[in-house]
Design a protein around this ligand. Structure first.
Ligand code: SF4
Length: 386
């Protein structure tokens, strides 16, 4: 999708230094204006003033009778179905928590699925990189390690993780029991907020917050805490399996900022969250086949750089430079120096498509769950990751 001309509400930013301290980013904000293509900073200004009721959490559109908007100062203190402000604020918060938990838990699930394929000898281009980390995780979960093949250990460890997705009994997360301090676990138990499974807490959050279900703010918030704990321990799952598959990060020296783009090289930006994809891009960029293709088109080589969290994954493991954070994703493309932005999921804002469209840049999506209008879609799968 491209913008045709400057949108009516698009006001240039007079002081980009008030938006970002990064001087290169400030320059690219002005470059975006020359391109007549607003970026996140402009669109934020275009949204002002933001809805007062929305800012206070006093609106709801969870059912067909809404939207409802409360205005206590004007005496409107109950929604159509009779909710108070406390109820709709609590319900919205629980839905946000469920969304975050779903994102982290599904990311972790994809990594566990690949680890399980590795453990069971499937033909996938991934392997156990950090055997010591695998053993450490296994010991925490009570999985025997002595005299066992790493793949056997990994199989048991992945099954412990998979149980944390599918458990139907009133039992608690294996990873929480293994990693949370004992005193904390006691507090969680006492409050009745120890999560049972990632999927279950997310589903229950959506159910409870549906019209006509839980309207007690305290009861809602208690389940929000339970889901937040599920979220936290799903992130532990992702971290541990990523370390097992790709190595445990150590301090590395690297450079960061938009200046990491190389004018004489093919610049590939990886963006998103899951190293299952970004690690493969880094590996491919070093291959003789890709390097000779780059030379054929007159480039000196291939320069992979990162944005956002997957950028951090390859920065901390391989020292790959970081071009910018989430707020910079459109500005990286505004340089016009990027051949492709390759993305997986989470934090990839649709605005990148409009900026890519200003240049020769290809926006390559790789995950079925995260398409963007204007993308080039090349599906990632564990079997075809190389
Ligand atoms: S659930 Fe209640 S508060 Fe929400 S939109 Fe429906 S009627 Fe309004």
């Amino acid at each position: 999708m491209s913008y045709t001309g400057i949108p009516l509400a698009f006001v240039p930013i007079e002081k980009p230094e008030e938006k970002t301290l990064d001087k290169a980013a400030q320059q690219m904000i002005k470059r975006a204006e020359e391109l007549e293509t607003p970026v996140i900073y402009h669109r934020f200004d275009m949204m002002q003033p933001q809805c007062e009721a929305g800012l206070k959490g006093l609106c709801c559109r969870f059912c067909w009778m809404g939207p409802c908007k409360l205005d206590p100062a004007a005496g409107i203190e109950r929604t159509i179905c009779g909710c108070t402000a406390d109820t709709i604020v609590a319900r919205s918060l629980v839905r946000w928590i469920a969304g975050g938990c779903a994102a982290h838990a599904e990311h972790a699930f994809h990594v566990v699925e690949v680890a399980h394929l590795v453990a069971t000898g499937a033909d996938v281009p991934y392997k156990i990189t950090d055997v010591e980390k695998l053993k450490a995780v296994a010991k925490k979960l009570g999985v025997p390690v002595e005299g066992r093949d790493p793949k056997e250990i990994l199989k048991d460890v992945t099954e412990k993780a998979l149980e944390d997705y599918t458990r139907t009994e009133e039992e608690h997360l294996n990873f929480l029991k293994a990693y949370a301090p004992k005193k904390r676990v006691e507090v969680f138990e006492k409050l009745g907020i120890t999560p049972r499974s990632f999927w279950r807490e997310i589903v229950e959050s959506i159910h409870r917050t549906h019209v006509g279900v839980d309207s007690d703010p305290m009861s809602l918030l208690k389940h929000g805490l339970r889901t937040a704990l599920a979220d936290a321990y799903s992130e532990v799952v992702a971290t541990e399996f990523q370390d097992i598959l790709f190595g445990t990060p150590k301090p590395v020296e690297a450079v960061a900022n938009l200046g990491v783009l190389e004018p004489k090289m093919v610049n590939i930006v990886v963006h998103g969250h899951n190293p299952l994809l970004s690690v493969k891009v880094v590996e491919a960029a070093k291959s003789d086949e890709m390097l000779s293709l780059a030379k054929e088109v007159g480039a000196e080589g291939i320069n992979v750089v990162g944005v956002c969290c997957t950028g951090n994954e390859i920065l901390m493991r391989f020292g790959v430079p970081l071009a910018g954070n989430m707020m910079h994703q459109e500005l990286v493309l505004a340089t016009g120096a990027v051949e492709a932005m390759v993305v997986d999921y989470q934090c990839i804002i649709p605005g990148v498509a409009a900026m890519a469209d200003c240049f020769h840049t290809k926006l390559i999506t790789t995950m079925l769950i995260a398409r963007i209008p204007g993308d080039v879609h090349i599906e990632w799968s564990p079997e075809k990751a190389d």
